[in-house]
Design a protein around this ligand. Structure first.
Ligand SMILES: [Fe+2]
Ligand SMILES: [Fe+2]
Length: 324
């Protein structure tokens, strides 16, 4: 390693003929584009033969001038085929946004009352930041829990993606494993996004709510990105408390449903398939499984924060991948 670093010329010789050409420099400059063109043509011909053997409707594609020509030798990447998935009863799986392997039955027995008692100044800062964010959301949404859930899920899906992205980059930078934490955080982000996909079937955002989401996402993504870079311990603790607040909000949602103030409509089809609910499931069943999801996210984030608090790196402890 050190000798390679010390002498780049020697290092190139050690790497062998694949990396050293006897062609003069100007020859290399000309031959590289030619090589690339040849390799591209080879790839094109291979692809074209696949097209010929495939769907006939793909054989004639529009040319740049709008006319249709014989496409022998022209590659098309349009419509990369994906295998058709069947349900157990032989009918076709109707969702392209998730696969049967992504579905699960939620663990509803999870403790919903668990609370991380703030000990350090960082914990207190995280808790009071979250508590102070609750006030404006209460004022804005009042008791419109369907709308509130939809809007807050647009924010809830950000931390997992930011944390996963930063851990991914760290893994690349430092040539080290992540302990499964990249996957665990991205799973959380995807799960939160599925909450949004579900609630947007129940409530449609108005134009000013879309504008608000646009602005809040810009602010929150960047703020959380910086917070995670500065202190992943604080960032995860904050998300842990956000999830505790989400559990409380969904409990209030259930109370409104039980009191008849919100119609207990049939569950959206996407929710029935994602959480493997019964075909007769209602909105109440959906809120129950979403609330259980939030409790799982709470545990994952407080756990991540505790790992940092005890002076460890996340990768040192196996991540709770698939924790539902
Ligand atoms: Fe959520
Ligand atoms: Fe959540």
């Amino acid at each position: 390693m050190s000798s390679l670093m010390a002498s780049p010329a020697m290092a190139m010789r050690k790497l062998g003929p694949c990396f050293i050409s006897s062609t003069p420099a100007i020859g290399s400059a000309i031959s590289m584009p030619l090589l690339m063109l040849q390799s591209r043509n080879a790839s094109t011909k291979t692809s074209a033969s696949t097209i010929e053997g495939g769907n006939e409707s793909d054989e004639k594609l529009p040319a740049a001038d709008g006319s249709r020509k014989d496409n022998k030798g022209i590659a098309s990447y349009w419509g990369v085929s994906t295998p058709k998935i069947k349900n157990a009863d032989g009918t076709e799986w109707k969702w392209s946004c998730f696969k049967p392997g992504d579905t699960y039955s939620s663990n509803l027995s999870i403790d919903l009352k668990k609370h991380h008692v703030p000990i350090t100044w960082g914990d207190k800062l995280a808790l009071w930041t979250v508590k102070s964010l609750r006030l404006p959301t209460d004022i804005f949404f009042k008791k419109r829990y369907g709308c509130r859930a939809m809007m807050l899920e647009t924010v809830a899906a950000v931390p997992g993606m930011v944390g996963g992205l930063l851990l991914h980059c760290k893994s690349l930078r430092r040539f080290e494993q992540s302990g499964g934490w990249i996957r665990a955080l991205l799973e959380e982000a995807e799960n939160e996004r599925m909450h949004l996909m579900t609630f947007m079937e129940v409530s449609q955002p108005k134009w000013y709510e879309r504008a608000l989401v646009f602005a809040v996402q810009g602010l929150f993504f960047n703020a959380y990105f910086i917070a995670y870079l500065a202190s992943p311990k604080l960032a995860h603790r904050m998300v842990g408390y956000l999830e505790e607040e989400a559990i409380y909000s969904y409990t209030q949602f259930l109370k409104e449903l039980d009191q008849g103030n919100i119609e207990n409509a049939p569950a959206p089809a996407i929710a029935i398939d994602y959480w493997r609910l019964s075909p007769n499931a209602t909105l109440r069943d959906v809120v129950m499984v979403v609330r259980a999801d939030e409790a799982h996210h709470r545990d994952v984030n407080h756990f991540a924060s505790d790992i940092h608090a005890q002076g460890h790196q996340l990768r040192e402890l196996p991540a709770p991948v698939g924790y539902h």
